[in-house]
Design a protein around this ligand. Structure first.
Ligand SMILES: Cc1ncc(COP(=O)(O)O)c(C=O)c1O
Length: 397
């Protein structure tokens, strides 16, 4: 007798934690609006500039030059050195190449971090609203997320540290700290980070630190960082990426920063996950780190301009709850009366010609909210915000 194979049989035969993963609600809106003529897409977490030529040319030269063979699992030594030099330059303390591991984007760094630290039945604390991929990556491992809701106050989003610490239970293994945060722009103070690190040390917890938006800090300079606080043996894993600073989202390249003692484990995990990142892309990444600071300054200036445009448009609207973010490049605003942000985002696509990410994608309590990515040309962004303001005003009248 053969085993039946209908669609539901096939799905039922999968590992439950993979089969149960939800579709990203951002993708639901994207799929709905993808081919709509004239739509201005502000739903994705990326700017509108292509990768600068000096980076693309370095990768192209390596590709044409035959840099096409299997390579180091940890990343080519020159790139690991360049990452360490970048950190030393920006954080003003010495970093060693031995702490850095090249990955397939920040996303794979997060995956590796969870693969190393959590398994079935373990819990991970995540302040919400949060980028949904933390949940997805933890759940693939069979772990559970414990959400710690942040509050929107007149000064911005606030994480109550007592509430965070109280949420840690006997099965808690890790805390995700994404600062500056996607989607809220919440940015931890140096004091908050010190308290979180002290708590993690005391309880033997891992911190999965996602500071990928550290350059996008609107008070000026780099955002406060755990990089200033950690000791070599701290249980802190940083996910990092080339995607945002250097406009390289489509490349899928980033890095994981971890204690040196984990090097062989990370090498093994890389071997069995992806077997490493294309070496010619790594050559492009070296150019990004070594020559890209001026480009990043331009990106940050563009984000500042975008922030101003979005804030000017949202601030006068009575039905909107919004405080300008301290960092990252998203405006996360609530709309009074909305109970289903996915349905509303689909309507905004159809009726206003603007693509937003629905709040429901970002976890518990975020349903009346929408995320706007403002790392875009001022002209397009102004047009999008005019359309959106008109839609919101019409809805209220
Ligand atoms: C908070 C956060 N972390 C990590 C990433 C991962 O970026 P990538 O996988 O493109 O490197 C993103 C992308 O949107 C993000 O918003």
């Amino acid at each position: 007798m053969s085993i039946p194979n209908t669609t539901s049989d096939l799905l039922a035969a999968l590992r439950p934690s993979s089969a149960a993963l939800p579709e990203s609600r951002i993708v639901t809106v994207f799929n709905h609006g993808r081919n709509k003529p004239g739509l201005i897409p502000l739903w994705a977490g990326e700017g509108d500039l292509p990768t600068p030529a000096f980076i693309a040319e370095a990768a192209s030269r390596a590709l044409l030059g035959g840099d096409t063979f299997y390579t180091y699992q940890r990343g080519i030594p020159e790139l690991r050195e360049a990452i360490a030099a970048y950190h030393t330059r920006h954080y003003g303390r010495p970093f060693s190449a031995e702490n850095f591991f090249v990955t397939g984007g920040g996303m794979q760094a997060i995956q590796l971090a969870f693969q190393m630290t959590v398994g079935a039945g373990d819990e991970v604390l995540v302040p919400t609203p949060a980028w949904p991929n933390f949940r997805g990556a933890a759940e693939i491992q069979g772990a559970r997320i414990t959400s710690v809701p942040m509050q929107l106050e007149p000064t911005g989003w606030r994480l109550d540290l007592d509430q965070l610490f109280a949420a840690a239970g006997p099965r808690t293994r890790a805390i995700v700290i994404n600062s500056p945060a996607n989607p809220s722009g919440w940015t931890a103070s140096q004091g908050d980070l010190a308290a979180i690190l002290a708590f993690a040390r005391q309880r033997g917890l891992w911190i999965i630190a996602d500071e990928i938006y550290h350059r996008f800090h609107f008070a000026g300079g780099l955002a406060p960082s755990l990089q200033h606080l950690i000791e070599p043996e701290d249980r802190v894993l940083f996910a990092e990426t080339f995607s945002k600073n250097w406009a390289m989202t489509g490349w899928r390249i980033g890095w994981l920063q971890a204690p040196v003692a984990l090097g062989q484990v990370i090498e093994n995990l890389t071997q069995y996950n992806t077997s490493g990142v294309a070496p010619f892309m790594q050559r492009g990444a070296i150019a990004a780190l070594d020559e890209g600071d001026a480009f990043i300054d331009g990106q940050v200036a563009r984000a500042r301009q975008g922030l101003e445009i979005v804030t000017k448009a949202l601030a006068p609207l009575n039905s909107v709850r919004y405080v300008a973010p301290a960092g990252a490049f998203y405006a996360f605003f609530g709309l009074d009366g909305v109970t289903d942000s996915l349905a509303a985002a689909l309507r905004i696509v159809d009726e206003a010609g603007v693509g937003l990410a629905p709040g429901v994608a970002f976890g518990d309590g975020a349903d009346p909210y929408f995320r706007v990515c403002f790392l875009r040309s001022p002209e397009q962004l102004s047009e999008a915000m005019q359309r959106l303001s008109r839609w919101i005003s019409r809805r209220a009248s």
